[in-house]
Design a protein around this ligand. Structure first.
Ligand code: ZN
Length: 69
């Protein structure tokens, strides 16, 4: 039997045989900085507009991204 050691990126869960690659992977990911805006559907008080349909977040590198459901 062979024992195999793996290193896992704690951000995305990818496994690597090489510890350096796992550390590189962790450093590659950009974290969410803050929420900039919530977007609601203009449909009154129904379920479609109760929760935001999109959220704009500013990533720690300054890039703004829109996440939609
Ligand atoms: Zn990763």
């Amino acid at each position: 039997m062979k024992e195999i050691n793996l290193y896992q990126c704690e951000v995305c869960g990818t496994n690597y045989a090489d510890e350096e690659k796992a550390l590189e992977c962790e450093a590659f990911h950009i974290a969410v900085g803050s929420v900039i805006q919530f977007k609601y559907n203009a449909k009154g008080m129904g379920l479609e507009s109760k929760y935001p349909h999109a959220v704009v977040v500013r990533m720690e590198d300054g890039k703004d991204l829109i996440f939609k459901r």
